[in-house]
Ligand binder design. Sequence first.
Ligand SMILES: Cc1ncc(COP(=O)(O)O)c(C=O)c1O
Length: 369
Amino acid sequence: MGGIKMKVNLTEMYVDEEIKNAAMKVIESRRYVKGEQAREFEKEFAKFSGAKYGVATNSGTSALHVAMLSVGIERGDEVIVPSHTFIATVSPLLHIGAKPVFAEIDEKTYTMDVNDVRKKITKKTKAIIPVHLYGQPADMDAIKEIADEYGLIIIEDACQAHGAEYKGRRAGSIGNIAAFSFFPSKNLTVAGDGGMIVTNNEEYALKAAALRDQGRVAGKKYEHDYVGFNYRMSEILAAIGRVQLKHLPEWIEGRRRVARLYNELLADLDIILPFEKEWAKHVYHLYVIRHPERDKLKEFLKEKGIATGIHYPIPVHMQPAIKNILKEEYKLPVTEKVAKEVLSLPIYPWMEEEKVEYVANAIKEWLRK
Ligand SMILES: Cc1ncc(COP(=O)(O)O)c(C=O)c1O
C-alpha cells in the first residue's frame, strides 16, 4: 500500500463549548448531587429510550446491580446470561448471591442463542439478561416468549445500545427493566462513569431510585426503607449527558454511515463482517469483524497506526473470578471460538471516509500477504 501512515483511534470523544458551559454552570451552582440536572436527564433519557421512568446511577454496573435488586433477584435465584459479554453483566449477580447460568450466543449476531436459553431453564430460574451486544438488540420477541411461558423477568443489558431498535422499539423499552452505561467509550458519555436504569414499571423505578440513594424513598431524608447504596449520578455529569443526548440521533446515523462504508469496502473478503438482522437498527457501538488469525491482524494494524480492540478475549465463564465462585464447567463452543476471533475496528460518528478507507486498505493488504 505504501503512502502516508495515519493514526486512527478506536473511538473518539465529543467535547464542545456547550458541554463545558453546562459543567461550569453546575460547578458554580454548588449543587452537586440530587438536583435538577440528574432529574431532567432521567426524564429525557427515558423518553428517548421509549420508557416511562429513568433512574440515573454512577455507572452501568451499578445500574445493573440496582435493576436486579429492584425486580427482586435474590440469593439462590438462577439468572440466564450470555458469557460473551463484559463481566459487569454478571458480577452484580454474584454480589447478590444469585447464580449466573451461561447460555450460548448466536454465531452471526453474537447475542443470546434463544434455543440454548430455553435449555438452561430450571425451577430456580428467575430472570434472563439479554445483552444488546455491540449495539445490536438481542432477539427480544423470542426471549419474551420464553419469559412469558415460564414467568421470568427480562433485564436488558443495554449498556452498548443507546437508541438501538428492535422491530421499531428502542432498546430499554422492551424488557421489564434495562441498564445503560455512559462509560467514556460508549455512544453517549458523561465525561466520567455513569449509568441509567429505564423501565415502564413504576414500582421498579421507585425501588431503584431508593436503592441508589441509600435506600431512601423520595421525600424521606432521614428514613431508609431499604439497605441501599450510594450509586447516585453527579450533577455535573448529568448536565453533560443532557447535552450529549441532543446529539445522539445524529451520532447514531454517523456510526451507521461508517459501518455501511466498512461493509462496502470489506465485502467479499476472507473475513466475517457484522451481521445486522432485518429487525434490528444496530447502533454500532462497536464494529466487530472476525478472523481466525485475529491477533496477527491486530498486530499488523497496530504497526499501521490503527488502534483496535477485543470485545472480549476471555468469555465470562472462563474468567478466574467467576470460575472460582461457580466451580462449574461450562461448554460454550460458539462463545469460545468467537472470543478468539473477534476484532473491533475504529468507529466513531464523525470518522472521516479517508480513515475508514485507510483501515480497509490495511486489512486488504494483510489478507493478500
Ligand atoms: C455489556 C456491558 N455491560 C455492562 C457494562 C458496565 O458498564 P460500566 O462500565 O458503566 O459500569 C458495560 C460497559 O462497560 C458493558 O459494555
